[in-house]
Design a protein around this ligand. Structure first.
Ligand code: PEP
Length: 252
């Protein structure tokens, strides 16, 4: 089995003040100690530059929460991958369920973002996940399959080195309802098998698959020690350094 590092990322969504974001980033960076877990934070776009300054010289990676697929143009309110790189991002989230379901972003649209981000030199955390109604009607695997095939269409095996998949069941995001470790493991194993079918065993074995959905310090350890769970994408619990760092420690 491939030895994969653990990777915990915090999605701050549309929370924090500028001062609060800088303090949170500094507290996370200084609290990490000698953790071997990869750690990223994804602040609101407006704070990226300031947080990048705080994180300079630390091991904490910087991610955006979203990007556009064009390099520049008349796209009011959007940020291009090149702009995100220029302010110091290494990652961008693509396809968070709040973008899919709140802003109507489709697999084809997200595929354009994945191509644009990867071509520009960003790594992506590509989110997939089923709705509660889809889980209850036994459609979880077919939904994940469609999202992977549509979202990653045309992405090469070489580019997959820069792709992290976040399995985020929509019913578990921000709800306090967490997938059981077995539900998470089953979905992650399915994702890995699907990627093996698309790209071969080596790409699948190296792929990092994060779980996201109400991860908290008290449930992180069992989730993060499932064989196919390589880390977490954390929303609410990433807004306090103590709880985020406890999840990072649980991963290690
Ligand atoms: C998320 O925003 O990706 C997320 C998983 O949120 P939460 O941890 O709050 O459920």
């Amino acid at each position: 089995m491939a030895l994969r590092p653990k990777f915990v990322a915090g999605n701050w969504k549309m929370y924090t003040t500028l001062g609060g974001a800088k303090e949170l980033a500094a507290a996370i960076a200084s609290g990490l100690g000698d953790s071997r877990t990869m750690v990223a934070v994804c602040p609101p776009t407006l704070w990226l530059s300031a947080v990048a300054d705080v994180l300079k010289g630390t091991s904490v990676l910087l991610g955006a929460q979203n990007c556009h697929f064009e390099k520049e143009g008349a796209y009011t309110g959007e940020s291009s991958p090149q702009m995100l790189l220029e302010v110091g991002c290494q990652y961008t989230i693509v396809g968070h369920s709040e973008r899919r379901h709140g802003f109507g972003e489709t697999d084809a649209f997200l595929n354009k973002k994945a191509h644009a981000a990867l071509s520009a030199g960003l790594k992506i955390i590509f989110c997939i996940g089923e709705l509660l109604s889809e889980r209850e009607t036994a459609q979880t695997e077919s939904v994940l399959n469609t999202q992977l095939i549509g979202g990653l269409a045309g992405i090469t095996a070489e580019q997959m080195k820069h792709v992290v998949i976040a399995y985020e069941p929509v019913w578990a995001i921000g709800t306090g309802k967490v997938a059981t470790p077995q539900q998470a493991q089953d979905a992650h194993a399915y994702v890995r098998r699907t990627i093996a079918g698309m790209y071969g065993e080596n790409v699948a074995a190296a792929l990092l698959i994060q779980y996201g959905g109400s991860v908290k310090p008290d449930n992180a350890a069992t989730l993060l020690h499932q064989p196919d769970v390589d880390g977490a994408l954390v929303g609410g619990a990433s807004l306090k350094a103590d709880s985020f760092l406890a999840i990072v420690r649980a991963a290690g």
